[in-house]
Design a protein around this ligand. Sequence first.
Ligand code: HEC
Ligand code: HEC
Ligand code: HEC
Ligand code: HEC
Length: 413
Amino acid sequence: MNPKTPALLLAATLVLAGTTQAAEFKKPTPDVLPSIQLDRSLLFPSKADIAEGKVLATEQCIDCHSATGIEDDPEMPHLAGQHVLYLYSELQAYKKKLRQNEDMSKSVQFLSDDAMRKVSAYYSGQIRGVPAATTASSEPAAAVSDPVELGKKASASCGGCHGPDGNSKMPGMPNLTSQPLEYFAIAMRHYKSGGRPGMMSGFAAPIDDQTVKNLSLYFGLQPPKGTSNVGKGDVEAGRTAAGACSTCHGEDGNVVGPELPTLAGQDATYLAAAINAYAKGPRDHAQMKAATESLSADDINNLASFYAQQEPIPRKIHKPATVADWIERCNRCHGEDGNSADPRMPSLAGQNRAYLERVLTLYSEGKRNNSMMSAMAGPLNEAERAALAAHYAAQTPRSILYVELPCEPTPAK
Ligand code: HEC
Ligand code: HEC
Ligand code: HEC
Ligand code: HEC
């Protein structure tokens, strides 16, 4: 091959210096990517290599990937304009069964290393456009925005009883601030399943798990204001009685564990009603029944007044990443707008949306393995995966031209 005719012949928008990059190339993750050193013959194929690659593609790949590497089937990846090193490494991964796909294992099983290089060079040199179908169906990533904002939106129907910020002003209504996220979810599940019958069952029934999470985040991040409805119990007698409760609910009703409710600063009427509901039904909970069934009416009022007067401590809650935060992280490896400048990192810009969503799900379920991507995709939920896929599918792909600089201290091979 002739290094003076670099053959990734597309419009140059980014120029990488082969020599300076070479020093930075570390081995790709050993788990899936075959260990490809910076291989200059891959980055700079000759015209003859590409022509041979085209013949191969026409014979063996076009039924599924088309001759241009642009696929109308949204579940399929575009190959056009993808980094040659990435395409080649994935072909190797299929051949070695490190990446599982039946169609692809069959397609590569008899391909020689040389053939893989050439067919990769051919598809890499094709121009990736944005197919109309992809752009038309893409929603902006902002459609799934900050989970806290989504929680705030969903809380509109709760504010009438629980207060717009989860600090209730209506006697008998519980505050929702300073509850552990996990407890909030448990309580909502009780209402949904009928374990806590009453009017909340109707409100909780249509709310899905993700929305429950968003709601718990929103309320959990609001500063707790305690309650002015402290009842008429004897606070000191309540403090003494609360000794029996402290292992689970904390000395002052501020819980430490995730699955227990905070009692500090909670409405006294609500506390008394809840204790009664465990002691006599309908709340069904063995530990709480055991803790409350022998309490007298006075005991219950004293406990309620004691806890109502304690100061609730705001929960330490980490705000989860928004889709915009995720995009910024993904771009660190996949390039600005998903146009990767690192030849080992696949470009995502203009890729088929359904394909992106599908592979993100594969990574998050551990069905496609790569240590970097599993770590990234693991925490994403379905809505976030869909938003990220839509975002990258809608980005305009740019082509990258590798140019060799004259000064080369050591050949990279
Ligand atoms: C019978 C259909 C079929 C044929 C023939 C086929 N492929 Fe594929 N190819 C697929 C499918 C399906 C996927 C997505 C698989 C997955 O999710 O891992 C894929 C994925 C790929 C990928 C991974 C793309 C990415 O973005 O990670 C590459 C590279 C590829 N094919 C190259 C080829 C080449 C080169 C040929 C011809 C030698 C070929 N394929 C023939 C169906 C096919
Ligand atoms: C019409 C008034 C009303 C509305 C509207 C309402 N709630 Fe409630 N909520 C209550 C009452 C009353 C209780 C106490 C029920 C009980 O004793 O279990 C409660 C209890 C709760 C609890 C349990 C608190 C704890 O400390 O165990 C949660 C969580 C909750 N509501 C969330 C919500 C959310 C989220 C919404 C909006 C989607 C909402 N509620 C809307 C009246 C309401
Ligand atoms: C062994 C641990 C344990 C002990 C001891 C215990 N609790 Fe609880 N408590 C729980 C758990 C767990 C829940 C949540 C139950 C559920 O899911 O409905 C709870 C719930 C409650 C609630 C409902 C809060 C709300 O927001 O709806 C009140 C009130 C309460 N406990 C008061 C008490 C009092 C008063 C005592 C002492 C007399 C006590 N608990 C002792 C574990 C305990
Ligand atoms: C630390 C670097 C890194 C980060 C950060 C990263 N990725 Fe990746 N990504 C990779 C590597 C390496 C691969 C190729 C892995 C393989 O062969 O399976 C990849 C592959 C992918 C693929 C498959 C591409 C294809 O054509 O099949 C998708 C989709 C993807 N990443 C999306 C994302 C998204 C979305 C994020 C942000 C949530 C992200 N990545 C963050 C390194 C990273």
